[in-house]
Design a protein around this ligand. Sequence first.
Ligand code: MLT
Length: 205
Amino acid sequence: MTMKHVFHKGSNPELPTLLVLHGTGGTESDLIPLAEMVSPYSNILGVRGNVNEHGMSRFFRRLAEGVFDVEDLIFRTKELHEFLDEAAKTYEFDRSNVVAIGYSNGANIAGSLLFHYADSLKGAILHHPMVPLRDKELPDLSGVPVFIAAGKNDPMCAPQESEDLQQLLEGAGASVQLHWENHGHQLSRTEVVAAAAWFKQNIIS
Ligand code: MLT
């Protein structure tokens, strides 16, 4: 397989498989506890980004902080999309029932999956995402539920960026809940609790 990963089989195959995507410098295992909080009986697929930035794993290259290498982003988005097809066959999970949970760089590649493919994700929880790329016509995302957690004082992502992302996704038909925290770019327990409540209401009810 083309991407380093871990797969934990859940006890309820009806539930979505959770695709967990780390932030810059993370690993495939980082967000597993978080996924377990959101849906304890789901399959969990933790994936490591293939890009190495001075020893730190990422899901796509950037030219500077917050400035993405769009060509690489598109290439890596396809790589992850195809990896999911392959993983679904290997681990025998339902490819059409995958929900992403990503943080920062991992949220950005999850956002990019939504921006490029109508059928890659059934839904997504994006912690501190940015707009992955601009001036792109999005696929039809009708009915795709998306939870965005953002920080009002995030030095890496201005509030406008989170609002733009919400608007772009809603413009394609997605139903987006934007959750605000007062702090910065860090992942907080309160936003994970909010994401878990959102998941119960919007994904499995
Ligand atoms: C990125 O994708 O570069 C993020 O938004 C910031 C980070 O991961 O450090």
